[in-house]
Design a protein around this ligand. Structure first.
Ligand code: GLY
Length: 376
């Protein structure tokens, strides 16, 4: 199936989902083809908004726009009430909702909501340890000095806030955090830690560890994918070569450790064998990250070929073997995503971020639409 047919079929599924989801938000599913619906309590609601904006941007269907605009009010209410925002995933939530609406429609209310969200994210900046705390309240004994690789995808909200306001504080914090992530999360062999602990008072490095991976020193494939994309976006904003280098290194490792069908298992250190769950979402995120990297490499650059080949192999496999291809009984796009294998949550089914990044990758390939991480 070619990219444009895949996009059309994904949009068909999205249209069918409008009446199924109403004003709720899909999160993950558990093997029955149906999403569990949540109501602005999680880190994932922005992905549905992002799917709506991407689908509308490509197809211009007014019913999809109407649903996207309707969802905007709920994001506005959430940040105004500061509801369920005690974590760093504010970047995921608001880049793909309010910021997307601003990018597409120059809606001033949406811009104000996205800036308000950036201010809430800035409250997680810890001056003493010089990092953005991922989880838990300030001073939390377990998480107070902890960074996680996923946070690299929350930073674009801060890059954007710096551009919009002219206030460097957002970019300065984001740069220090991205550089710390590069130094401590990326290992010498180009694999990565999911998380790293620092002393809360002094900022001294303590140790690497994991939250969702196979074990502390393993390479959780989705974390590696967040790193590929997150460092590529840090390069877009700061133009500092070490960020591009980090993204490329993580991409090389990711590609070198894929199984035959070019779609990642859930952790590169889990047994790479029949029966081990995949994480199709990791492959979709990595494809977007590699497409972003390609945007910054000039024609003739020797790294273009292996990156381009890897994206096409992974995306072809996702489309041919993992995509539900408009099947009316299925609410998601990508089968075999894994949320938390060790935690027993959706170890092998739809995850809404997998669907978002699958559609973003298709739209990058087919239509040059790069999602809503940055102004165009
Ligand atoms: N950012 C949370 C996850 O990737 O599961």
């Amino acid at each position: 199936m070619n990219w444009s047919s895949a996009i059309e079929q994904a949009i068909e599924t999205t249209k069918a989902n409008l009446s199924r989801f109403k004003d709720k938000f899909p999160h993950v599913s558990n093997g029955d083809g149906k999403y569990r619906l949540v109501d602005h309590t999680d880190w994932t609601e922005g992905f549905w908004a992002g799917i709506l904006w991407l689908s509308y941007e490509y197809g211009k269907d007014p019913a999809i726009r109407e649903a996207a605009v309707r969802s905007a009010a709920s994001f506005q209410k959430r940040v105004a009430q500061h509801s369920h925002l005690e974590h760093h995933d504010i970047g995921f939530l608001y880049s793909l909702s309010a910021k997307a609406q601003w990018i597409l429609e120059k809606d001033e209310t949406a811009k104000a909501v996205a800036l308000q969200a950036a201010n809430v994210l800035m409250k997680r900046w810890r001056e003493s340890s010089q990092l953005i705390q991922a989880w838990g309240p300030k001073g939390d004994p377990d998480n107070g000095g902890r960074i996680i690789i996923d946070c690299l995808m929350n930073l674009p909200l801060l890059y954007w806030a710096a551009e919009q306001t002219g206030d460097r504080k957002y970019a300065d914090a984001a740069r220090i955090h991205a550089e710390k992530s590069r130094r401590f999360l990326v290992r010498g062999d180009d694999s990565s830690y999911h998380t790293f602990y620092f002393d809360q008072e002094t900022g001294d490095a303590v140790r690497g560890g994991t939250h969702q991976g196979f074990r502390d020193g393993s390479t959780w494939t989705r974390g590696q994918a967040w790193g590929i994309y997150g460092f590529a976006l840090a390069y877009r904003y700061f133009k500092e070569p070490q960020f591009m280098e980090a993204s490329k290194r993580l991409a090389r490792y990711f590609i070198a450790h894929l199984p035959e069908d070019h779609v990642a298992y859930w952790d590169f250190d889990a047994p790479q064998a029949e029966g081990t769950p995949r994480d199709s979402s990791a492959s979709a995120i990595a494809a977007c990250g590699m497409l972003e990297l390609l945007e910054h490499l000039p024609d003739g650059d020797p790294d273009r070929e292996w990156l381009d080949t890897a994206v096409r192999q992974s995306m072809s496999s996702l489309v041919d073997r993992y995509f539900t291809a408009g099947d009316a009984s299925e609410e998601g796009f990508l089968r075999h995503g894994s949320y938390s294998v060790r935690g027993g949550i959706s170890p092998d089914d739809f995850v809404i971020w997998g669907d978002y990044f699958f559609l973003e990758a298709l739209l990058r390939l087919e239509a040059g639409i790069p999602g809503y991480w940055y102004e165009r």
